[in-house]
Design a protein around this ligand. Structure first.
Ligand SMILES: Nc1ncnc2c1ncn2[C@@H]1O[C@H](COP(=O)(O)OP(=O)(O)OP(=O)(O)O)[C@@H](O)[C@H]1O
Ligand SMILES: [Mg+2]
Length: 273
């Protein structure tokens, strides 16, 4: 898929509207701060919804660090193009994935783009990709309130809902609050906040170690009047799963983090449906 941004924009937005009319719900995963677990949440949420029989797409809008394909073990795949149509890469779980990392440019090629290029790429991802009918389109975002979540929210206002990921520590929560305000100012309902990396069990004494503190996400949710979706503890298996391209939730024994994750997904489905 090239990145031709010169086509008539109105025609493309019309195509985008037609294409997205077959999508019931868009869940935009956001955070103010980097590295808090957005991609891990996006991949596992999309995987779990697809595994439960839903029709699910996963759009990676992180242009500078697209990690979705790697976390799903499909980074060597390439999206195919037929005429003006682009096919997403479909995983063994039936999940339809679109990412810059699936354009076949190789893992080390950076995309050195300013904002308008990113917006144009997202418009193309939404209009030119043959997504088909979807129950959920899960959107992974880069950190912050920049062009990528802004474009998605502006292109898909009625059907989008935001999920904000934070760690418990103050600096992450401070930025998460901005993400909540960002979504609210754009008129996108916030399903809630997830507190990730919230404590870890000491392998020796089995006591919980609050590495990044505890409770910051819940406090922020209360103060901002949005839902609190739950806490996911630190679990080294999540790192192993992400790096090996196997969704954490597809493992048989996903432990306390897996149970917490599943509960959060149920709450998202309930609140966002
Ligand atoms: N609960 C957890 N326990 C342990 N490791 C985790 C947990 N959640 C995420 N990680 C790990 O933390 C790292 C960052 O996670 P991830 O890439 O999902 O964050 P991100 O918010 O998408 O980052 P970025 O802002 O760079 O896009 C990854 O190595 C991931 O495997
Ligand atoms: Mg990420």
């Amino acid at each position: 898929m090239g990145c031709d941004v010169s086509g008539p924009m109105e025609e493309q937005e019309q195509k985008l509207r037609e294409r997205m009319a077959a999508v019931k719900r868009v869940i935009v995963i956001m955070s103010g701060k980097g590295g808090v677990g957005k991609t891990s949440v996006s991949v596992n949420l999309a995987y779990a919804l697809a595994a439960s029989g839903k029709k699910v797409g996963l759009l990676d809008t992180d242009m500078h660090g697209p990690n979705v394909a790697k976390m799903l073990g499909i980074e060597k795949e390439v999206m195919q193009q037929f005429g003006a149509e682009v096919l997403p890469v479909t995983t063994g779980h039936g999940l339809k994935v679109v990412s810059l990392a699936l354009l076949g440019h190789g893992p080390d090629t950076p995309f050195i783009w300013r904002g308008p290029m990113k917006t144009a790429a997202i418009r193309q991802f939404l209009s030119d990709v043959e997504w088909g009918g979807l129950d959920y389109l899960v959107v992974d975002s880069p950190p912050g309130t920049g062009d990528e979540p802004l474009s998605v929210c502006q292109f898909l206002p009625g059907i989008s809902r935001a999920v904000i990921v934070t760690t418990p520590q103050d600096v992450a929560v401070l930025d998460a609050r901005k993400s909540v305000m960002f979504a609210q100012q754009l008129g996108i309902p916030v399903i809630g906040i997830i507190e990730n990396m919230s404590g870890m069990l000491c392998p020796h004494c089995q006591k919980e170690i609050p590495l990044f503190g505890k409770g910051g996400g819940e406090r922020a949710a209360r103060e901002l009047g949005v839902g609190f979706l739950g806490s996911i503890p630190l679990d080294p298996d999540l790192v192993v799963a992400g790096d090996s391209g196997v969704p954490f939730l597809s493992r048989e024994a996903a432990g306390a983090a897996g149970t917490a994750f599943q509960k959060i997904i149920e709450r998202i489905e309930k609140a966002g449906a």
